[in-house]
Design a protein around this ligand. Structure first.
Ligand SMILES: [Zn+2]
Length: 429
């Protein structure tokens, strides 16, 4: 299982009875930060948030991502067994010497090794899947196949911990834990405790952030458009309560139906020398000019969510394809393509980008011979260097046409259902 650990956890200033019941003070998962509700050059529109670079450098949202890699020496029928080792060069599927460079003599990586995608973490070989009757008696290493555990596409980190043990069946079991420090970056996800999640849209140097008359600079800027449609009034009240708690140096009870009344918090805020509404005059960090509008600013508890761009970033030019449809594989883990769906197609059509559209839909193009007489896909015999129709024989016109492989697959499926898919060929010009 993946684990994410925040580095500098804090007790929430504003909490509820559930925090006591669950012992939340013993395992807090967030940080108290100063939040301002305003827009910032459009970089926090549509749920995006702005982060203060200074806050990040002081440790806000810094976490470590841990991921385990596991390998087991499985036993197979006939006394065959997996072997954790540095694979021999004659093993089927041997990668390259470079991929195995971190492995020690026992075939396992050492702690604190800095690894990137493709690097082997646990070297392993397995017996061949199918044994022909001859090979059963002459087991040479060349029939073994490579089955090492390596870092997947786009992964990197430092080997944190290596464990060698046995499982319930007595098989040798190796666990390697990889660690990666994650400093907040554009695209990472944060949330308050009101379901107000947002993606970092820009990281602003502290000098360019807005500041109050007292010199307070927000750690995070939240878009005001996130409030009316979602009606998270609690989000606003927490900002006032957090502000009072931080200024007065006390924790604030926010339990539903049993919270400190808003009026009392506002009075206390007033007595602490601030406007009771929670707004303040802020100044533009870049020009020094005073903002015309008063800005709602306060302190609240923010959490870092586990969705980080570092785990999601992905691109592909050419790559693996599916065996059945010959179309690109799907998903980041399989180094897949990015689907150009129905709606994306419409935007291409709207722009008149027909050649680009054709290129996108060409990912599984094939050339097949088609019989002009019966309209069925013919057979190409490269050995005799001629094509013939399985129905009409050799003395018919057969033309090569370009179609997508998925379409050819569909025609085959029709045939298997007893449906005759007849192609009528016309000249292109
Ligand atoms: Zn035919």
């Amino acid at each position: 299982m993946d684990v994410n650990l925040l580095h500098h956890n804090q007790r929430p200033v504003v909490n509820t009875i559930m925090h006591d019941i669950s012992g939340y003070d013993k395992h807090p998962a967030g940080q108290n930060i100063v939040v301002a509700i305003m827009s910032y050059k459009g970089y926090n529109m549509e749920d995006a948030i702005i982060l203060n670079k200074g806050s990040i450098e002081r440790g806000f949202g810094r976490s470590t991502y841990y991921r385990p890699s596991i390998a087991e020496e499985l036993r197979y029928a006939g006394g065959l067994i997996d072997q954790v080792c540095i694979p021999d060069k004659d093993v089927k599927g041997y990668k390259t010497e470079k991929d195995y460079r971190f492995l020690e003599d026992d075939g396992i990586i050492y702690p604190e090794a800095k690894v990137r995608e493709g690097d082997v973490v646990i070297g392993k070989t397995s017996p061949p899947r199918f044994l022909s009757s001859m090979e059963e008696y002459s087991l040479v290493s060349s029939t073994r196949r490579e089955s090492s555990v390596n870092l997947k596409h786009g992964e990197e980190g430092i080997i944190d911990f290596v464990l060698i043990t046995e499982n319930e069946e007595g098989n040798k079991l190796i666990q390697v834990r990889i660690r990666d420090e994650r400093v907040p970056e554009i695209g990472d996800k944060f949330t308050s405790r009101h379901g107000q999640k947002g993606i970092v849209g820009m990281i602003v140097p502290q000098a360019d952030m807005p500041f109050s008359a007292a010199g307070i600079v927000p750690d995070l800027i939240f878009s005001p458009h996130g409030i009316p449609s979602r009606m998270t009034i609690s989000h606003l009240i927490e900002m006032i309560a957090g502000k009072v708690g931080a200024l007065a140096g006390r924790y604030i009870n926010a339990t539903t139906f049993d919270a400190e009344p808003e009026e009392r918090l506002r009075k206390e805020l007033l007595s602490l020398g601030f406007r009771e509404s929670g707004v303040e005059t802020l100044y533009n960090g870049q020009t020094g000019e005073q903002y015309e509008a008063k800005i709602f600013i306060g302190s609240m508890y923010y959490l870092k969510l586990k969705h980080m761009v570092a785990n999601k970033i992905h691109s592909r030019a050419r790559g693996p394809i599916q065996l059945l449809t010959r179309q690109p594989t799907e998903g980041r883990a399989k180094e897949g393509g990015l689907r150009l769906g129905e709606m994306e197609k419409d935007t291409f059509v709207a722009h008149g980008a027909s050649l680009l559209l054709k290129e996108r839909f060409d990912s599984d193009k094939t050339v097949v011979p088609v019989c002009e007489s019966c309209g069925i896909i013919a057979i190409r015999d490269n050995y005799k260097n001629k094509s013939y129709c399985p129905v009409c024989g050799e003395n018919v016109d057969i033309n090569d046409i370009e179609i997508s492989y998925a379409f050819k697959l569909m025609l085959d499926e029709f045939k298997s259902l007893g449906i005759y898919p007849k192609l009528q060929l016309e000249s292109k010009y």
